[in-house]
Design a protein around this ligand. Structure first.
Ligand code: LLP
Length: 428
Protein backbone atom coordinates (compact mmCIF):
# COMPACT_ATOMS: atom_id res chain seq x y z
CA UNK A 1 0.00 0.00 0.00
CA UNK A 2 1.24 3.53 -0.75
CA UNK A 3 5.02 3.78 -0.62
CA UNK A 4 5.48 0.54 1.36
CA UNK A 5 8.08 -1.85 0.01
CA UNK A 6 10.71 -4.35 1.09
CA UNK A 7 14.22 -2.85 1.02
CA UNK A 8 17.63 -4.44 0.40
CA UNK A 9 17.93 -5.38 4.08
CA UNK A 10 14.68 -7.36 3.71
CA UNK A 11 13.10 -4.83 6.04
CA UNK A 12 9.82 -2.99 5.64
CA UNK A 13 10.23 0.48 4.21
CA UNK A 14 7.60 3.26 4.35
CA UNK A 15 8.07 6.62 2.66
CA UNK A 16 11.66 5.67 1.90
CA UNK A 17 12.38 5.07 5.61
CA UNK A 18 13.41 1.70 7.04
CA UNK A 19 10.74 0.76 9.62
CA UNK A 20 13.28 -1.00 11.82
CA UNK A 21 15.39 2.16 12.01
CA UNK A 22 12.28 4.24 12.72
CA UNK A 23 11.39 1.91 15.61
CA UNK A 24 14.92 2.22 16.99
CA UNK A 25 15.10 5.97 16.56
CA UNK A 26 11.69 6.91 17.95
CA UNK A 27 10.81 3.91 20.11
CA UNK A 28 7.72 1.72 20.02
CA UNK A 29 4.78 1.58 19.76
CA UNK A 30 4.99 4.12 16.98
CA UNK A 31 2.39 5.45 14.57
CA UNK A 32 4.01 5.99 11.17
CA UNK A 33 2.14 7.94 8.49
CA UNK A 34 2.92 7.84 4.78
CA UNK A 35 2.11 11.45 3.94
CA UNK A 36 2.53 10.94 0.19
CA UNK A 37 -0.37 8.49 0.35
CA UNK A 38 -2.52 10.95 2.34
CA UNK A 39 -1.85 13.65 -0.27
CA UNK A 40 -2.60 11.19 -3.07
CA UNK A 41 -5.96 10.24 -1.50
CA UNK A 42 -6.89 13.90 -0.99
CA UNK A 43 -5.96 14.71 -4.59
CA UNK A 44 -7.89 11.80 -6.00
CA UNK A 45 -11.05 12.79 -4.11
CA UNK A 46 -10.75 16.40 -5.21
CA UNK A 47 -9.98 15.51 -8.80
CA UNK A 48 -12.80 12.99 -9.23
CA UNK A 49 -15.37 15.06 -7.41
CA UNK A 50 -14.39 18.29 -9.16
CA UNK A 51 -14.48 16.74 -12.61
CA UNK A 52 -18.28 16.90 -12.68
CA UNK A 53 -20.10 20.05 -13.79
CA UNK A 54 -21.87 20.25 -10.47
CA UNK A 55 -20.25 22.40 -7.78
CA UNK A 56 -18.52 20.22 -5.17
CA UNK A 57 -16.46 20.35 -1.97
CA UNK A 58 -14.41 17.70 -0.16
CA UNK A 59 -14.29 17.91 3.63
CA UNK A 60 -11.91 15.78 5.68
CA UNK A 61 -13.61 14.19 8.71
CA UNK A 62 -11.00 14.99 11.31
CA UNK A 63 -12.28 12.44 13.84
CA UNK A 64 -10.37 9.78 11.87
CA UNK A 65 -7.00 11.34 12.73
CA UNK A 66 -6.22 14.89 13.78
CA UNK A 67 -3.09 16.67 14.92
CA UNK A 68 -1.77 20.14 14.17
CA UNK A 69 0.44 18.69 11.40
CA UNK A 70 -2.52 16.85 9.88
CA UNK A 71 -4.56 20.09 9.91
CA UNK A 72 -1.80 21.82 7.96
CA UNK A 73 -1.56 18.95 5.49
CA UNK A 74 -5.32 19.04 4.89
CA UNK A 75 -5.21 22.81 4.46
CA UNK A 76 -2.38 22.52 1.90
CA UNK A 77 -4.32 19.82 0.04
CA UNK A 78 -7.20 22.32 -0.24
CA UNK A 79 -9.79 20.22 1.59
CA UNK A 80 -12.22 21.61 4.14
CA UNK A 81 -12.38 20.22 7.67
CA UNK A 82 -15.15 18.66 9.73
CA UNK A 83 -14.82 19.08 13.49
CA UNK A 84 -17.14 17.61 16.04
CA UNK A 85 -15.97 18.85 19.43
CA UNK A 86 -14.33 21.76 21.18
CA UNK A 87 -11.04 19.83 21.06
CA UNK A 88 -11.06 19.26 17.32
CA UNK A 89 -12.14 22.88 16.83
CA UNK A 90 -9.35 24.10 19.09
CA UNK A 91 -6.79 22.06 17.12
CA UNK A 92 -8.03 23.58 13.86
CA UNK A 93 -7.88 27.07 15.36
CA UNK A 94 -4.34 26.55 16.67
CA UNK A 95 -3.26 25.30 13.23
CA UNK A 96 -4.76 28.48 11.73
CA UNK A 97 -7.12 26.44 9.60
CA UNK A 98 -9.24 28.90 7.58
CA UNK A 99 -12.51 29.15 9.57
CA UNK A 100 -14.67 29.51 6.47
CA UNK A 101 -13.66 25.96 5.48
CA UNK A 102 -14.71 24.47 8.83
CA UNK A 103 -17.88 22.45 9.37
CA UNK A 104 -18.93 22.04 12.99
CA UNK A 105 -20.84 18.80 13.58
CA UNK A 106 -22.24 16.92 16.52
CA UNK A 107 -25.43 15.90 18.26
CA UNK A 108 -24.37 17.16 21.66
CA UNK A 109 -22.69 20.51 21.14
CA UNK A 110 -22.39 22.51 24.33
CA UNK A 111 -23.12 26.22 24.70
CA UNK A 112 -19.39 26.85 25.20
CA UNK A 113 -18.53 24.98 22.00
CA UNK A 114 -21.12 26.90 20.00
CA UNK A 115 -19.89 30.24 21.36
CA UNK A 116 -16.29 29.35 20.41
CA UNK A 117 -17.42 28.29 16.94
CA UNK A 118 -19.35 31.54 16.42
CA UNK A 119 -16.50 33.68 17.74
CA UNK A 120 -14.06 31.89 15.40
CA UNK A 121 -16.47 32.50 12.50
CA UNK A 122 -16.74 28.81 11.64
CA UNK A 123 -18.08 28.56 8.09
CA UNK A 124 -20.98 26.17 8.64
CA UNK A 125 -22.65 24.63 11.65
CA UNK A 126 -24.35 21.31 11.03
CA UNK A 127 -27.32 21.38 13.38
CA UNK A 128 -28.71 18.15 14.76
CA UNK A 129 -31.89 18.86 16.69
CA UNK A 130 -34.49 21.42 17.72
CA UNK A 131 -32.83 22.26 21.01
CA UNK A 132 -29.58 23.08 19.30
CA UNK A 133 -31.33 25.22 16.71
CA UNK A 134 -33.03 27.28 19.42
CA UNK A 135 -29.82 27.63 21.38
CA UNK A 136 -27.87 28.64 18.30
CA UNK A 137 -30.38 31.35 17.39
CA UNK A 138 -30.22 32.72 20.89
CA UNK A 139 -26.39 32.76 20.85
CA UNK A 140 -26.28 34.36 17.40
CA UNK A 141 -28.56 37.12 18.67
CA UNK A 142 -26.38 37.63 21.75
CA UNK A 143 -23.17 37.74 19.72
CA UNK A 144 -24.73 39.56 16.79
CA UNK A 145 -23.71 36.92 14.24
CA UNK A 146 -25.37 35.17 11.33
CA UNK A 147 -24.21 31.69 10.49
CA UNK A 148 -24.63 29.19 7.69
CA UNK A 149 -26.26 25.95 8.76
CA UNK A 150 -26.95 22.53 7.33
CA UNK A 151 -29.64 20.44 8.99
CA UNK A 152 -28.53 16.90 9.69
CA UNK A 153 -31.21 14.53 8.56
CA UNK A 154 -31.52 10.81 8.62
CA UNK A 155 -32.58 9.13 5.38
CA UNK A 156 -33.31 5.80 7.11
CA UNK A 157 -30.90 3.81 4.97
CA UNK A 158 -29.16 0.92 6.71
CA UNK A 159 -25.70 0.37 5.35
CA UNK A 160 -24.25 -3.09 5.79
CA UNK A 161 -21.54 -2.39 8.28
CA UNK A 162 -20.86 -2.99 11.97
CA UNK A 163 -23.89 -2.00 14.11
CA UNK A 164 -21.76 0.41 16.16
CA UNK A 165 -20.86 2.44 13.08
CA UNK A 166 -24.26 2.43 11.40
CA UNK A 167 -25.76 5.87 11.75
CA UNK A 168 -28.88 6.24 9.68
CA UNK A 169 -31.43 3.72 10.83
CA UNK A 170 -34.74 5.11 12.14
CA UNK A 171 -33.69 5.00 15.80
CA UNK A 172 -30.28 6.51 15.25
CA UNK A 173 -29.14 9.18 17.69
CA UNK A 174 -28.09 11.39 14.79
CA UNK A 175 -30.11 14.03 12.99
CA UNK A 176 -33.84 14.29 12.31
CA UNK A 177 -35.55 11.54 10.37
CA UNK A 178 -36.79 12.64 6.96
CA UNK A 179 -39.96 10.70 7.82
CA UNK A 180 -40.68 12.56 11.06
CA UNK A 181 -43.81 14.66 11.11
CA UNK A 182 -42.29 17.87 12.42
CA UNK A 183 -39.38 18.08 9.99
CA UNK A 184 -41.09 20.49 7.57
CA UNK A 185 -41.96 22.85 10.45
CA UNK A 186 -38.38 22.67 11.61
CA UNK A 187 -37.04 23.50 8.17
CA UNK A 188 -39.46 26.39 7.90
CA UNK A 189 -38.37 27.77 11.25
CA UNK A 190 -34.67 27.68 10.31
CA UNK A 191 -35.40 29.12 6.90
CA UNK A 192 -37.32 32.01 8.43
CA UNK A 193 -34.71 32.70 11.09
CA UNK A 194 -32.82 35.96 10.67
CA UNK A 195 -29.71 34.49 12.27
CA UNK A 196 -29.48 31.16 10.50
CA UNK A 197 -28.76 30.86 6.81
CA UNK A 198 -30.09 27.40 5.90
CA UNK A 199 -27.83 26.09 3.12
CA UNK A 200 -29.33 22.62 2.91
CA UNK A 201 -29.00 19.18 4.41
CA UNK A 202 -26.42 16.78 5.71
CA UNK A 203 -26.65 13.04 6.14
CA UNK A 204 -24.15 10.25 6.79
CA UNK A 205 -25.20 6.64 6.48
CA UNK A 206 -22.37 4.87 8.29
CA UNK A 207 -18.72 3.99 8.05
CA UNK A 208 -16.53 1.38 6.32
CA UNK A 209 -19.17 0.87 3.62
CA UNK A 210 -17.83 -1.31 0.84
CA UNK A 211 -20.84 -1.47 -1.44
CA UNK A 212 -21.69 1.62 -3.46
CA UNK A 213 -25.39 0.78 -3.73
CA UNK A 214 -26.08 2.09 -0.22
CA UNK A 215 -24.70 5.50 -1.21
CA UNK A 216 -26.90 5.61 -4.31
CA UNK A 217 -29.98 4.43 -2.40
CA UNK A 218 -29.50 7.20 0.15
CA UNK A 219 -29.30 9.76 -2.66
CA UNK A 220 -32.57 8.57 -4.19
CA UNK A 221 -34.27 8.88 -0.85
CA UNK A 222 -32.72 12.32 -0.19
CA UNK A 223 -33.64 13.82 -3.55
CA UNK A 224 -37.22 12.69 -3.07
CA UNK A 225 -37.12 14.41 0.32
CA UNK A 226 -35.62 17.63 -1.10
CA UNK A 227 -38.41 17.63 -3.67
CA UNK A 228 -41.03 17.33 -0.91
CA UNK A 229 -39.37 20.12 1.08
CA UNK A 230 -39.57 22.27 -2.01
CA UNK A 231 -43.28 21.74 -2.47
CA UNK A 232 -44.15 21.77 1.24
CA UNK A 233 -42.08 24.69 2.52
CA UNK A 234 -40.96 26.39 -0.68
CA UNK A 235 -37.36 25.94 0.40
CA UNK A 236 -34.83 25.35 -2.38
CA UNK A 237 -31.89 23.21 -1.18
CA UNK A 238 -28.57 24.82 -2.06
CA UNK A 239 -26.17 22.27 -0.57
CA UNK A 240 -26.30 18.54 0.01
CA UNK A 241 -23.65 17.04 2.23
CA UNK A 242 -23.62 13.27 1.67
CA UNK A 243 -21.24 12.44 4.55
CA UNK A 244 -18.34 10.00 4.52
CA UNK A 245 -18.20 6.28 5.07
CA UNK A 246 -16.18 5.13 2.06
CA UNK A 247 -14.70 1.77 3.04
CA UNK A 248 -11.07 0.77 2.73
CA UNK A 249 -8.99 -2.36 2.45
CA UNK A 250 -7.90 -3.77 5.82
CA UNK A 251 -7.55 -7.43 4.92
CA UNK A 252 -8.50 -9.91 2.23
CA UNK A 253 -12.04 -9.95 3.70
CA UNK A 254 -12.61 -6.47 2.28
CA UNK A 255 -13.32 -5.93 -1.36
CA UNK A 256 -11.85 -2.60 -2.37
CA UNK A 257 -14.41 0.16 -2.84
CA UNK A 258 -13.50 2.00 -6.02
CA UNK A 259 -13.70 5.63 -4.90
CA UNK A 260 -13.70 7.06 -8.39
CA UNK A 261 -16.51 4.80 -9.51
CA UNK A 262 -18.50 5.41 -6.32
CA UNK A 263 -18.22 9.19 -6.51
CA UNK A 264 -19.11 9.20 -10.18
CA UNK A 265 -22.16 7.02 -9.48
CA UNK A 266 -23.19 9.33 -6.63
CA UNK A 267 -22.89 12.53 -8.66
CA UNK A 268 -24.70 10.93 -11.58
CA UNK A 269 -27.49 9.75 -9.30
CA UNK A 270 -28.01 13.27 -7.93
CA UNK A 271 -27.90 14.82 -11.41
CA UNK A 272 -30.35 12.33 -12.88
CA UNK A 273 -32.79 12.50 -9.96
CA UNK A 274 -32.75 16.31 -9.93
CA UNK A 275 -33.23 16.52 -13.70
CA UNK A 276 -36.14 14.10 -13.60
CA UNK A 277 -37.79 16.14 -10.88
CA UNK A 278 -36.85 19.38 -12.63
CA UNK A 279 -35.08 21.27 -9.93
CA UNK A 280 -31.59 22.77 -9.71
CA UNK A 281 -28.75 20.46 -8.71
CA UNK A 282 -27.46 21.52 -5.28
CA UNK A 283 -23.78 21.90 -4.48
CA UNK A 284 -22.51 18.46 -3.40
CA UNK A 285 -20.25 17.84 -0.43
CA UNK A 286 -18.61 14.70 0.92
CA UNK A 287 -16.84 14.06 4.19
CA UNK A 288 -14.38 11.18 3.99
CA UNK A 289 -12.25 10.41 7.04
CA UNK A 290 -11.10 6.80 7.11
CA UNK A 291 -10.43 6.54 3.38
CA UNK A 292 -8.01 9.50 3.52
CA UNK A 293 -5.83 8.14 6.32
CA UNK A 294 -6.45 4.47 7.17
CA UNK A 295 -4.06 2.89 4.69
CA UNK A 296 -1.43 5.59 5.25
CA UNK A 297 -0.90 4.55 8.87
CA UNK A 298 1.22 1.68 10.16
CA UNK A 299 1.83 0.93 13.83
CA UNK A 300 5.21 -0.49 14.83
CA UNK A 301 5.49 -2.57 17.99
CA UNK A 302 8.27 -4.46 19.70
CA UNK A 303 7.68 -8.15 20.32
CA UNK A 304 7.99 -8.62 24.08
CA UNK A 305 7.24 -12.35 24.43
CA UNK A 306 5.67 -15.40 22.86
CA UNK A 307 3.58 -17.97 24.70
CA UNK A 308 1.76 -21.16 23.90
CA UNK A 309 -1.32 -21.70 26.06
CA UNK A 310 -2.39 -25.01 27.55
CA UNK A 311 -5.22 -24.91 25.01
CA UNK A 312 -2.68 -24.75 22.19
CA UNK A 313 -3.00 -21.09 21.18
CA UNK A 314 0.21 -19.35 20.22
CA UNK A 315 0.45 -15.74 21.34
CA UNK A 316 2.80 -12.98 20.35
CA UNK A 317 2.77 -10.18 22.92
CA UNK A 318 3.71 -6.67 21.93
CA UNK A 319 4.42 -3.44 23.81
CA UNK A 320 1.07 -1.84 22.85
CA UNK A 321 -2.50 -3.02 22.38
CA UNK A 322 -6.05 -1.77 22.79
CA UNK A 323 -4.77 1.53 24.17
CA UNK A 324 -3.28 2.47 20.80
CA UNK A 325 -5.72 0.42 18.69
CA UNK A 326 -9.09 -0.37 20.28
CA UNK A 327 -10.73 -1.35 16.97
CA UNK A 328 -10.30 -5.12 17.25
CA UNK A 329 -11.77 -5.12 20.77
CA UNK A 330 -14.59 -2.76 19.77
CA UNK A 331 -15.57 -3.82 16.26
CA UNK A 332 -13.88 -7.17 15.64
CA UNK A 333 -11.71 -5.35 13.13
CA UNK A 334 -9.25 -7.46 11.17
CA UNK A 335 -5.72 -6.26 10.45
CA UNK A 336 -2.76 -7.52 8.47
CA UNK A 337 0.74 -7.46 9.89
CA UNK A 338 4.32 -8.50 9.22
CA UNK A 339 7.62 -8.69 11.04
CA UNK A 340 9.28 -5.53 9.72
CA UNK A 341 12.81 -6.86 10.23
CA UNK A 342 12.13 -10.24 8.56
CA UNK A 343 9.96 -9.47 5.57
CA UNK A 344 11.19 -12.41 3.51
CA UNK A 345 11.08 -15.11 6.21
CA UNK A 346 8.51 -17.79 5.74
CA UNK A 347 5.18 -17.08 7.46
CA UNK A 348 4.64 -20.61 8.71
CA UNK A 349 2.97 -20.29 12.10
CA UNK A 350 -0.48 -19.07 13.15
CA UNK A 351 -0.46 -16.56 15.99
CA UNK A 352 -2.77 -14.34 18.01
CA UNK A 353 -1.31 -10.90 18.68
CA UNK A 354 -2.04 -9.88 22.27
CA UNK A 355 -1.70 -6.44 23.78
CA UNK A 356 -0.33 -5.60 27.21
CA UNK A 357 -3.55 -4.47 28.92
CA UNK A 358 -5.22 -6.35 31.75
CA UNK A 359 -8.12 -7.42 29.65
CA UNK A 360 -8.74 -10.69 27.76
CA UNK A 361 -10.29 -8.70 24.92
CA UNK A 362 -7.04 -6.83 24.40
CA UNK A 363 -6.23 -8.57 21.16
CA UNK A 364 -4.81 -6.75 18.13
CA UNK A 365 -5.11 -9.60 15.65
CA UNK A 366 -7.00 -12.82 16.33
CA UNK A 367 -5.25 -14.99 13.80
CA UNK A 368 -2.32 -14.32 11.52
CA UNK A 369 0.43 -16.30 9.81
CA UNK A 370 3.90 -15.02 10.72
CA UNK A 371 7.45 -16.29 11.03
CA UNK A 372 8.25 -17.48 14.57
CA UNK A 373 9.41 -14.22 16.18
CA UNK A 374 12.30 -13.46 18.49
CA UNK A 375 12.12 -10.95 21.32
CA UNK A 376 12.54 -7.38 20.04
CA UNK A 377 11.47 -8.21 16.51
CA UNK A 378 9.39 -5.36 15.11
CA UNK A 379 5.77 -6.09 14.34
CA UNK A 380 4.19 -3.74 11.80
CA UNK A 381 0.38 -3.63 11.77
CA UNK A 382 -0.92 -2.10 8.55
CA UNK A 383 -3.78 0.33 7.87
CA UNK A 384 -3.99 1.74 11.37
CA UNK A 385 -4.17 5.38 10.24
CA UNK A 386 -7.84 5.94 10.99
CA UNK A 387 -9.51 5.82 14.40
CA UNK A 388 -6.41 4.51 16.18
CA UNK A 389 -4.50 7.56 17.37
CA UNK A 390 -7.80 9.43 17.64
CA UNK A 391 -9.38 6.72 19.80
CA UNK A 392 -6.28 5.90 21.86
CA UNK A 393 -6.60 5.84 25.64
CA UNK A 394 -4.42 5.77 28.71
CA UNK A 395 -5.96 2.58 30.12
CA UNK A 396 -3.60 0.95 32.61
CA UNK A 397 -1.82 4.32 32.55
CA UNK A 398 -0.15 3.40 29.30
CA UNK A 399 1.40 6.33 27.45
CA UNK A 400 0.12 7.27 24.00
CA UNK A 401 2.68 6.56 21.28
CA UNK A 402 4.46 9.16 19.18
CA UNK A 403 3.30 9.97 15.66
CA UNK A 404 5.85 10.23 12.87
CA UNK A 405 5.31 11.48 9.31
CA UNK A 406 7.53 9.90 6.65
CA UNK A 407 8.13 10.96 3.05
CA UNK A 408 11.01 10.69 0.57
CA UNK A 409 13.36 9.05 3.06
CA UNK A 410 12.76 11.73 5.70
CA UNK A 411 10.93 11.27 8.99
CA UNK A 412 9.65 13.82 11.48
CA UNK A 413 7.88 13.54 14.79
CA UNK A 414 4.55 15.38 14.68
CA UNK A 415 3.31 14.22 18.08
CA UNK A 416 5.73 13.36 20.87
CA UNK A 417 5.36 10.16 22.85
CA UNK A 418 3.61 10.83 26.13
CA UNK A 419 5.81 10.73 29.20
CA UNK A 420 4.91 9.38 32.62
CA UNK A 421 4.88 13.01 33.74
CA UNK A 422 2.20 13.67 31.10
CA UNK A 423 0.17 10.87 32.63
CA UNK A 424 0.33 12.64 36.00
CA UNK A 425 -0.14 16.12 34.53
CA UNK A 426 -3.62 16.72 35.89
CA UNK A 427 -3.36 14.65 39.05
CA UNK A 428 -3.58 16.74 42.21
N1 LLP B 1 -19.22 12.51 8.67
C1 LLP B 1 -19.87 12.17 9.79
C2 LLP B 1 -21.01 12.97 10.21
C3 LLP B 1 -19.45 11.07 10.56
O1 LLP B 1 -20.12 10.77 11.66
C4 LLP B 1 -18.32 10.33 10.15
C5 LLP B 1 -17.85 9.21 10.95
C6 LLP B 1 -17.65 10.72 8.97
C7 LLP B 1 -18.13 11.80 8.26
C8 LLP B 1 -16.45 10.01 8.46
O2 LLP B 1 -16.70 8.69 8.16
P1 LLP B 1 -15.55 7.80 7.47
O3 LLP B 1 -15.30 8.34 6.10
O4 LLP B 1 -14.35 7.92 8.32
O5 LLP B 1 -16.11 6.44 7.48
N2 LLP B 1 -14.64 4.67 15.19
C9 LLP B 1 -15.22 3.93 14.10
C10 LLP B 1 -15.73 4.83 13.02
C11 LLP B 1 -16.74 5.83 13.51
C12 LLP B 1 -17.16 6.78 12.42
C13 LLP B 1 -17.94 7.91 12.99
N3 LLP B 1 -18.37 8.87 12.05
C14 LLP B 1 -14.18 2.95 13.56
O6 LLP B 1 -13.07 2.92 14.09
O7 LLP B 1 -14.46 2.20 12.64
Amino acid sequence: LGTMRINDMDNLEIGGCDAVILAKKYGTPLYVFDTALIRERCASYTKTFKSSKTETEVIYASKAFLTLAMCRLIDEAGLSLDVVSGGELFTAMKANFPPERLYFHGNGKTVEELITALQYNVGTIVVDNEFEIEMLQYLCAELDKRVKVLLRVNPGIEAHTHAYIQTANNDSKFGVSIFSENIYELIKSIHESYYLDLRGFHYHIGSQILDHNSFVKAIESMVEFIDKVRTDSGYETKELNMGGGFGVYYSEHDNDLDIEQTLTAMVEAVETECKTRRFPIPKLLIEPGRSIVANAGTTLYKVTATKETYGGRKFIFVDGGMTDNPRTALYDAIYEAALANRMKDETDTTFTIGGKCCESGDILIKSIQLPYPKQNDILAVASTGAYNYSMASNYNRIRKPAVVFVENGKSKVVVKRETYEDILRNDL
